[in-house]
Write a protein that binds this ligand. Structure first.
Ligand code: UDX
Length: 445
């Protein structure tokens, strides 16, 4: 198929590269000229494992990039993969995606054939049909349900494993009204569904064949809500495990032993049970907050989700109150190990390191921070703290250390602690090995 994707962020670029790999001809549209040049030259504009290889294979060939919206006219389907940030009140801000929808509509005005527009971005239920579809229809002069079809196809990929998540998803969700829209979505993702008639189901000797990906075909509002519910559930699961972890700590119980045991219950599941300093990143904070504010605007008070957010907001302060039990932080030199919101990425958006460092600065500590890849990004948020180029340098002469990201290299730290003035380590991710010679405190164990 011929596909265009508006927005070359990490979702848009990963989708573009994977659809090209599936065999489709893809045009990526972005307003940023350097992003466009990267894709044309076969270079990944965002860092994701495996993305460089796909771009090198298809960039400038089956995958083209442009700043010119008119190129969408040569395609059958356009995905809108633009940012949907939160405003200061936590409400979803659809300004960017509405502007993209308008430019798309203007370009489609000169296209005769039917076009399918698929919203990939995370949007509050109702946004696709009540806000975006009318914008495209007005600007294009096309008629919804006739020569303009609209769909919603949420994305569940994680940063740091985006390519693999997109190529091996747990599920595909297609929201649409018309059968013609579902047909195009099925065709686009056919390589993942692998339900073509030509493979022999009776042959179960090929144990390596991947199981078919479940496809949920549903309404547009339902598809929008599934994405929010997915993220709200996962964020709340971590908040619940953090709440239980805080209780465990009061009882002198190891929350990780408890999590391992409850995870054996199929109804609970073993994943997403790591308690600690909480969740961050570009999705959970903005999506939980957008869902809470949208629910409240609609007249429902979402108490449980509200509490999941406040438990998350409190975890960095819990970490610091444990540190307070060991030393007077005022005037102390404190090493912060880990700045990224999770390992495997240089993304510091809503990282728990930010409130942790701010809490230390409020206590008049002097902070020396280290992260293997995220220090430069953190410098933009917090330019005035000291940055070290290794964990060993950060620990050298420090009065205490707090661990905020579970980078593997922190598990291997050993003699490095001996260079600390007083070896107090408060671990927010259960990554440092408890050892003799350090005063070790775990956040929930
Ligand atoms: C998330 C969703 O997983 C993904 O489906 C969606 O498309 C985007 O948002 P991502 O933000 O990349 O993906 O990170 P994820 O790996 O889910 O982790 C989110 C946060 O939760 C991280 O800060 C992580 O450290 C934290 N976390 C996760 C825990 O604290 N404990 C856990 O057990 C799991």
């Amino acid at each position: 198929m011929r596909v265009s994707i508006v927005g070359s962020g990490y979702v848009g670029t990963t989708l573009a590269a994977c659809l090209a790999e599936f065999g489709h001809r893809v045009v990526a549209v972005d307003i940023d000229e350097s992003t466009v040049a990267d894709v044309e030259n076969g270079v990944a504009p965002v860092h994701e494992p495996g993305l460089d290889d796909l771009l090198a294979r298809h960039g400038g060939d089956r995958l083209r990039a442009t700043t010119d919206y008119d190129r969408v006219r040569d395609t059958d389907v356009t995905f809108l993969a633009l940012p949907t940030p939160c405003d200061a009140d936590g409400r979803i801000d659809t300004g960017i995606i509405e502007a993209g929808a308008r430019s798309l509509g203007e370009a489609l005005a000169a296209k005769d054939d039917t076009h399918l527009v698929v919203v990939k971005s995370t949007v509050v239920p109702g946004t696709t049909e009540d806000v975006l579809a009318p914008v495209v229809a007005d600007a294009s002069g096309k008629t919804l349900g006739e020569d303009l079809l609209v769909g919603m196809n949420p994305e569940f990929l994680r940063e740091g494993s985006a390519v693999s998540d997109l190529q091996h998803p747990d599920k595909l969700v297609f929201g649409a009204r018309e059968e013609r829209a579902f047909e195009r979505l099925r065709e686009l993702y056919a390589p993942l569904r692998d339900d073509s008639d030509d493979h022999d189901d009776s042959d179960d000797s090929d144990g390596d064949r991947e199981p078919e990906t479940p496809v949920v075909e549903t309404g547009i509002r339902e598809a929008e809500m599934i994405k929010y519910a997915n993220n709200a559930f996962l964020a709340s699961k971590v908040s619940l495990v953090n709440e239980l972890g805080n209780v465990c700590k009061e009882f002198g119980v190891d929350a990780y032993e408890v999590a391992d045991a409850i995870g054996l219950d199929d109804r609970i599941g073993a994943k997403f049970l790591r308690s600690g300093v909480g969740w961050g990143g570009s999705c959970f904070p903005k999506d939980t907050s957008a869902l809470v504010t949208a629910a409240r605007d609609a007249g429902y008070e979402p108490e449980l989700l509200d509490t999941a957010i406040s438990v998350n907001d409190r975890q960095p302060e819990r970490l610091l109150s444990l540190l307070d039990d060991h030393l007077d932080v005022d005037g102390a030199r404190v090493a912060v190990l880990g700045l990224a919101f999770k390992p495997g990425t240089d993304d510091v958006r809503n990282s728990r390191a930010i409130p942790t460092i701010e809490g230390l600065l409020d206590r008049d500590a002097s902070v020396v921070a280290y992260d293997p890849v995220a220090a430069e990004n953190m410098r933009a948020h917090l330019p005035d703290i000291e940055y070290a180029d290794s964990a060993a340098t950060a620990l050298d002469g420090a009065d205490a250390a707090v661990v905020v990201t579970d980078w593997d290299e922190f598990a291997a730290l050993d003699d490095e602690f001996e260079a600390m003035c007083s070896p107090v380590v408060v671990d927010g991710r259960r990554i440092v090995t408890r050892r003799e010679g350090i005063e070790y405190e775990g956040l929930t164990w």
